[in-house]
Design a protein around this ligand. Structure first.
Ligand SMILES: [Fe+2]
Ligand SMILES: [Fe+2]
Length: 402
């Protein structure tokens, strides 16, 4: 390479290097001592000597979550052309246009760009005002959850070790941001009042955001994400809500994040099994019970039995918790048995002629695409929990496989 080198004062350069070396030694020694004394130290968990975050490269985690999220990345403009999003790149738009050109006249008409007014009119054709309000009440509950998912995943970025895990969590932050802003527009398109967070959602989500370190993985990726994907799964077959399949697929990937992370950075036995931690996990989940009672009416309007819905959520939560190593106060089947007894008791008191049944065996996801994704994630783990490698790496492009 031909460059006209500029003259430099060599002596000044040598002095500057020496000053830097002295300050470098002082700064790093100070931070090492402060860390040893438990008084802080370096704020970033970054290892600049190895050009990696502390914890190493962890390329497997990067491949399973960062690379895959980018492969499966969806754009709101293509999935909801009626929305205000204009997020397609030039190349994506060209592919989109090419695909449009190859369609027949009738197909083109069917796929014509739907405006916001068209979409609203379509919703009005399909739903009564009460049904629209029920959908908004149920969807906005998880819409508020998306706001917290965005904040919690951003907080987790500081708690996970390794470059691969940070890349994986970064994709979750991006996807939760997209979920929040896109779902907000979907909900608003229904044109009915959007309710505030209920007290139970408030308590649940604040509890998750306040949880210690990677217990946030339990609160968000296991508990809240399972509720979210179950809601998306129960509604994705409804007209105008097909976009929820995309949300569902992202949430499915997020629920696999803890178990994939703990394969490389396992929790200690105390973290998994400590009595306090197990009790806190149950306490964190408790607001979901009154939340279900509150949503019973709206779910019923949509033909969904609230206790079947809750039973399927709890079954999935218990499976994912134990698989990741977040043990609960009692083994899974015992926990589920207790919840089932409680649900049946409530139904005996409030539903005339109620016959005792196993709500924990129910499934409220009706959409085929959704059902296939769920079958792969929630297939029973061979040994119940923790390092159940085969069960935690589903075959398709869903959660953990490459
Ligand atoms: Fe989300
Ligand atoms: Fe998520």
């Amino acid at each position: 390479m031909d460059v006209d080198e500029l003259p430099v004062n060599r002596k000044a350069a040598t002095i500057n290097r020496a000053i830097e070396e002295t300050v470098n030694r002082a700064v790093r020694t100070r931070d090492r001592v402060l860390r040893k004394l438990g008084l802080g130290g370096r704020a970033a968990d970054y290892d600049d000597l190895h050009y990696e975050f502390i914890g190493g490269a962890n390329d497997e985690m990067r491949r399973k979550h960062y690379d895959k999220s980018l492969r499966l990345l969806w754009k709101a403009e293509a999935a909801a052309p009626w929305s205000s999003f204009r997020d397609l790149g030039a190349a994506e738009r060209a592919i989109h246009d090419m695909a449009e050109q190859s369609l027949s006249a009738t197909e083109k008409q069917a796929r014509a760009r739907v405006t916001s007014a068209d979409f609203r009119a379509e919703l009005d054709r399909h739903y009564t005002p009460r049904q629209k309000q029920a959908i908004v009440n149920v969807l906005s509950a998880i819409g508020h959850g998306e706001a917290y998912a965005w904040l919690v995943s951003a907080a987790n970025l500081r708690d996970v070790q390794s470059s691969g895990a940070k890349a994986a969590v970064t994709m979750q932050v991006l996807e939760e941001a997209k979920h929040f802003v896109v779902l907000r527009e979907v909900v608003q398109a229904f044109g009915v009042p959007v309710p505030r967070q209920s007290a139970w959602e408030y308590l649940l989500l604040e509890g998750v955001l306040r949880a210690d370190g990677l217990e946030k993985f339990y609160g968000m990726n296991v508990l809240v994400e399972t509720i979210a994907l179950s809601i998306f799964g129960a509604l994705a077959h409804l007209p105008g809500l097909e976009i929820l399949r995309l949300f569902h697929l992202d949430e499915a990937r997020h629920t696999a994040l803890p178990q994939n992370y703990f394969k490389d950075f396992p929790m200690t036995r105390r973290q998994q099994l400590g009595r306090g931690a197990r009790r806190r996990r149950l306490r964190m989940a408790l607001p979901t019970l009154p939340l279900i009672l509150l949503l019973e009416e709206d779910l019923a309007v949509l033909g969904i039995d609230a206790f079947e819905f809750a039973g399927s959520v709890l079954r999935k939560v218990v499976l994912l918790s134990e698989r990741a190593g977040f043990m609960l106060p009692a083994p899974g089947p015992v926990m589920l048995g207790r919840f089932n007894a409680l649900f049946n008791l409530y139904c005996r008191l409030t539903r005339p002629g109620h016959q005792a049944r196993d709500f924990m065996a129910a499934d409220t996801s009706k959409d085929e695409v959704v059902a296939q994704v769920e079958q792969e994630i929630f297939a029973a783990a061979p040994n119940g929990h923790r390092h159940a490698k085969r069960a935690s790496t589903p075959r398709r492009e869903v959660a953990g496989s490459r």
